[in-house]
Design a protein around this ligand. Structure first.
Ligand SMILES: [Zn+2]
Ligand SMILES: [Zn+2]
Length: 284
C-alpha cells in the first residue's frame, strides 16, 4: 500500500466543538476519522448550528483528512421487537443522517441492535425495516452496518445475518458495511494467517460484496477468539495475531477503505499515536 494515499485514523472526540476533531486529526496525521456528532448518552439532540458547520467544513477542507465517518448513537435499537423502540430508533437515525448531510459526511456507522426476546430472523427483518424507514425521503449519507461481537442478544455477529438484513433493504445503494476486527474475532472468525485471511474475505465477498465495505474498525481484542465479548485492545497487545493487521494494512482492495482505530484512550494522544505508528510500521 502506498503510504501517501492511506486512509487511516481514529475515532476522535468532538469535545469543545465538532472542528476540534479535525485539529486532533492533524496532530495525529490522520487521513480518516470517525466521530460522534452529539452526546452518545442522550436521546435528544439538535442539528449543528450554522457557525459550527462552517467551522467544521472549513477545518476539514484545510486539513489532510479525506474521509470522515459518523458513528451513530449506541442508544437506539433498530432491531427491537417493540414498535415504539423502533420508531425512536428511526427518528434518531433520520436526525443522524440529516446531521451527516449538513456536515457533508458520507458514512454513518450503525450497530444493527439487539433481538431481545424476539427470534433472530424477526430482529433482522425489523432492523432492515428501521433502516428502510430512516432512508425514506432523504438523500446523502450511506448507512454502514457494523458486524458485532455477539454479546448478549445483539444481532449481526455472523456475516449471514448482515446478508439477511441487506436482503430486506430497499435502497441498496444507500447501505454498505463496516468491519470491526475485534468484533469479528470475538464472534469466532479467524483471519490471522495468509490462508484464513484469504478464505475469510472470500466468504465476506460472497455473502456481502467486498465493494460495499467502506470502513474497517481496526482494533485488537482483549478477549479470546469466539468469546462473544466486545473489549477493544491496543494493536499488538490483545489476542489477535499482529499478522492479521499486517494483512489488512497491505491489502490493496482496501486502499479506499477508511481504517479507524477504536482502541483505548488515555488523557492525551499518546495511545492513538502509538497504535497509528504500529499500523504504519506494518506496511511493506
Ligand atoms: Zn461500533
Ligand atoms: Zn467498531
Amino acid at each position: 500500500m502506498n503510504k501517501s494515499t492511506l486512509l487511516l485514523g481514529a475515532h476522535l472526540s468532538t469535545a469543545g466543538g465538532l472542528h476540534r476533531s479535525i485539529k486532533t486529526a492533524q496532530e495525529l496525521n490522520c487521513t480518516a476519522i470517525q466521530i460522534f456528532t452529539h452526546s452518545n448518552r442522550q436521546w435528544a439532540f439538535k442539528l449543528p448550528l450554522l457557525d459550527a458547520v462552517e467551522e467544521f467544513i472549513a477545518a476539514k477542507n484545510n486539513s489532510t483528512v479525506k474521509t470522515i465517518i459518523v458513528h451513530a448513537s449506541y442508544l437506539m435499537n433498530p432491531a427491537s421487537p417493540d414498535k415504539d423502540s423502533r420508531n425512536r430508533a428511526v427518528k434518531m437515525l433520520k436526525m443522524e443522517l440529516q446531521t451527516c448531510s449538513i456536515l457533508e459526511i458520507p458514512y454513518l456507522v450503525l450497530h444493527p441492535g439487539s433481538r431481545l426476546e424476539s427470534a433472530t430472523k424477526v430482529a433482522l427483518s425489523n432492523c432492515a425495516d428501521s433502516i428502510n424507514y430512516s432512508l425514506e425521503k432523504n438523500e446523502g449519507a450511506k448507512i454502514l452496518i457494523e458486524n458485532m461481537a455477539g454479546q448478549g442478544s445483539t444481532i449481526g455477529s455472523k456475516l449471514e445475518e448482515l446478508q439477511e438484513i441487506y436482503y430486506h433493504i430497499e435502497q441498496k445503494e444507500r447501505v454498505g458495511f463496516c468491519f470491526d476486527t475485534c468484533h469479528a474475532f470475538a464472534a469466532g472468525y479467524i483471519f490471522t494467517t495468509e490462508e484464513s485471511y484469504g478464505s475469510f474475505w472470500k466468504e465476506f465477498d460472497t455473502l456481502l460484496d467486498i465493494r460495499k465495505l467502506h470502513a474497517i474498525h481496526i482494533n485488537d481484542s482483549l478477549k479470546p477468539l469466539g468469546s462473544n465479548v466486545d473489549r477493544h485492545a491496543h494493536i499488538g497487545k490483545g489476542r489477535i495475531d499482529l499478522k492479521a493487521f499486517e494483512l489488512i494494512m497491505n491489502d490493496e482492495r482496501f486502499n479506499n477503505t477508511a481504517k479507524i482505530l477504536e482502541t483505548p484512550k488515555g488523557q492525551g494522544l499518546e495511545e492513538d499515536s502509538m497504535n497509528l505508528s504500529k499500523l504504519i510500521s506494518l506496511i511493506k
